[in-house]
Write a protein that binds this ligand. Structure first.
Ligand SMILES: NC(=O)c1ccc[n+]([C@@H]2O[C@H](COP(=O)([O-])OP(=O)(O)OC[C@H]3O[C@@H](n4cnc5c(N)ncnc54)[C@H](O)[C@@H]3O)[C@@H](O)[C@H]2O)c1
Length: 268
């Protein structure tokens, strides 16, 4: 990384949910590299503690704490622990998901799938925002980055996930408008396919799944957690100080158009 790639987060306390996952882990490390003190949270407490130990061993300030985003008390407790140990949370990254199987048929999808996606993605972000907003409002500063997905804007095969991510885009805009007057920004990062453990089940079924997906990406590759972490750190940083309510798409050009369709029209 060159100095031109850097986003200064020195002196900030950043809390990330789902930090033990593919994007969460890399983002936690990038936040720390940019100078933030990082509250490493996940439902998987052991994984949080291991990541925290790694970051601490590298000389970063980090605190690991279990946080189940579906439980408001858990969110409140994690934010309180962070405040008493590292300081008030300046930056919140809502990143947690449960990687659910893609239902074969929409009308047969169990309602439990809908409950999981809506509970973790939508209500989870609400719980965490409710936990951090009072202190951000008091200090008249803060930044929230919600990790959404290209599935929020078009259908790619997972109805409940798509609907939950679309709701999270809407919630991002509500936050931006309601809390802008308090100096609090809220934005979304919108990734395309990223190779992470969330894909483990599909990859086990079809080891070539990422090769098959590559054809849809104008930049000729699927994304990495590093691609998403950089966008998150940008939106969390002062470099984005007049950006709020926006969605930053990080998808290698996937949603810019459809080259396979274009080629078929041109007969190439
Ligand atoms: N991987 C992709 O292709 C992709 C594409 C677009 C968007 N995204 C988004 O990126 C974010 C991270 O995805 P990922 O691929 O790293 O997923 P991942 O499955 O690797 O990580 C998700 C993490 O969330 C944690 N988690 C699950 N339930 C939780 C709960 N109730 N409370 C707190 N933590 C919980 C899991 O333990 C896990 O560590 C998600 O918001 C996802 O929707 C991913």
């Amino acid at each position: 990384m060159t100095t031109a790639d850097r986003f200064n987060l020195a002196g900030k306390v950043a809390l990330i949910t789902g930090a033990a996952g593919g994007i969460g882990r890399v983002t936690a490390a990038r936040l720390a590299d940019e100078g933030a003190s990082v509250v490493v949270t996940d439902i998987d407490e052991q994984a949080c503690n291991e990541l925290t130990d790694e970051l601490t061993a590298q000389g970063h300030r980090a605190l690991g704490t279990a946080l189940d985003v579906t439980d408001k008390d858990s969110a409140d407790a994690a934010v309180a622990t962070a405040a008493s140990t590292l300081g008030h949370v300046d930056l919140l990254i809502n990143n947690a998901i449960v990687a659910c199987p893609v239902p074969q048929k929409l009308h047969e999808a169990p309602i439990s799938l809908w409950n999981t996606d809506l509970d973790v993605i939508v209500k989870g972000a609400v719980h965490c925002c409710q936990a951090v907003l009072p202190s951000m409002m008091e200090r008249r500063a803060g930044a929230i980055v919600n990790v959404v997905s290209v599935n929020a804007f078009a259908f790619y095969g997972h109805p409940s996930y798509s609907a939950a991510k679309a709701a999270l885009v809407s919630f991002t805009r509500s936050l931006a408008v309601e809390y802008g007057p308090f100096g609090i920004r809220a934005n979304a990062v919108n990734p395309g396919t990223i190779r992470t453990p969330a894909w483990a089940e599909q990859e086990a079924k079809d080891p070539a799944v990422f090769d098959a997906l590559t054809q849809w990406y104008p930049l000729g590759r699927i994304g990495s957690p590093e691609d998403v972490a950089a966008a998150i750190c940008f939106l969390a940083s002062g470099s984005a100080s007049w950006i709020t309510g926006s969605v930053l798409t990080v998808d290698g050009g996937l949603t810019a158009g459809n080259s396979v369709m274009a080629r078929s029209v041109e007969g190439n």
